[in-house]
Design a protein around this ligand. Sequence first.
Ligand code: FAD
Length: 501
Amino acid sequence: MDDRRIRKTVIVGGGTAGWMTAAALSRLFERQLEIVLIESDEIGTVGVGEATIPQIRLYNAMLGLDENEFVRRTQGTFKLGIEFVDWLRPGHRYMHAFGGVGGRDLGLVPFHHYWLKLHRRGHAGPLDDYTFNAVAARRGRFMRGADVSDSPLSNVFHAFHFDAGLYARYLRGHAEARGVRRCEGRVVDVALRAEDGFIEAVTMDDGTRIEGELFIDCSGFRGLLIEQALKTGYEDWSRWLPCNRALAVPCASGGELTPYTRSTARAAGWQWRIPLQHRIGNGYVYCSDHIGDDEAASVLLANLDGEALADPRPLRFVTGMRRRFWHRNCVAIGLSSGFLEPLESTSIHFIQSSIAKLVQFFPDRRFAPADIDAYNRLTRFEFERSRDFLVLHYKATERDDSEFWRRCRGMQIPETLADKIELFRSGGRILREREELFTEVSWLQVMVGQGILPAAWHPMVELLSDEECERMVEGVRRVLENAAGVMPTHADFIARHCAAE
Ligand code: FAD
């Protein structure tokens, strides 16, 4: 058989997506693949994107990064989940925490069915009280999962908050050490092959022509290759997720170093709060149909925990995804592939997941259509199901105090989401299909948090008497509370293990 291996890959873009891709491919291909990364200092990067989900630990481990060093180098902190404030109604709060809900596995019937029966009768507190990461987060505690058998301490699931610019720089060091060649400058032209429309080369502003066999578009929202050159098309999801702008501003740290992201609903969108070691990242994600930029900036600046460290930075976006993520010899990774607002911190994960799928379906020079189709199908599935999860937060709300929230409450939702809500509402069941990113416990916490309570619980719950059920559920609460009590505070943990110099 001929050797049809791809010898040269060109990555256009050096934001989080570009450098994550370069670091991963250079690690996996060990100099057997020539990798060139082009980035423009003049254009710069989006520069936000600071909250993650636990899967990023797999990516970092694949690169061989030491976790404490990574946290130190990126001014990072630990994240146990997201707190949603005022989303159901003003004054209400709940957690979407990583990890499980309840205690040990109870067999076939998930814990929440037992909780539900008691909660309905007023004999159990909010679901957060039975979710270990939420209990620890509310107390400001953090430690890594420890090898303590039969204890919740063995079940801490964490992700990170970090400075995305520092992360990209850190990965650049790793990638360059493994042979990635960086070219600084602007791409001003993309040449397509006459016979099949494949990308042949890009030309830089100084006239340099860079040829390649596989092109990876990490150029951000503009989609320089996938859209501007290949005209692949975009599916617009604004009818479900109408927010289209954000203002981002860092502020000085204040108060306790919380081990979670906070998302607070506002009149025309929501505000994020992401604690780092040296500052707090904040932003207002809003819909321009319902609030002007100046008013959004005033709301944001009036709701910071410390002094603003810069002027609010505007960002515009259209929620949705590319019609194809991989087209001909071009794969779009990062913002060029699509965008979901950062409500559940999915973007960096999508980068990681795209890299994993690219490796799984890594092409040879034939660019087999079946492989490309499979890649596109899997990526579409991941985007669509994650979109449904975000839409849930907006749709299931009691808020009717602004036009924006009335619009969200009244909108038609995707059928896949309507089915999920109906299944849960009728009998407390959640079905995770195929490789959906968000697991049953994620859906559970957000559905309950957003006020969806099932009409019935699993019939097998009745096998326990009321007293047995109460004893079991209360026992879980106490065990979680006690275990959280022995954890160090988040600030102490960082000071001891990974404080930035
Ligand atoms: P960019 O950062 O835009 O990088 C694009 C690169 O392409 C740059 O290097 C640029 O110089 C280069 N480039 C562009 N055009 C050219 C050209 N002509 N020639 C040469 N180079 C070029 N994600 C999360 O996971 N968690 C979050 O909390 C989160 N918050 C977010 C908040 C907001 C408001 C937004 C908008 C995004 C957020 N994201 C978040 C997403 C996250 O920021 C991005 O997924 C991530 O930064 C990847 O961006 P990127 O590398 O695709 O694009």
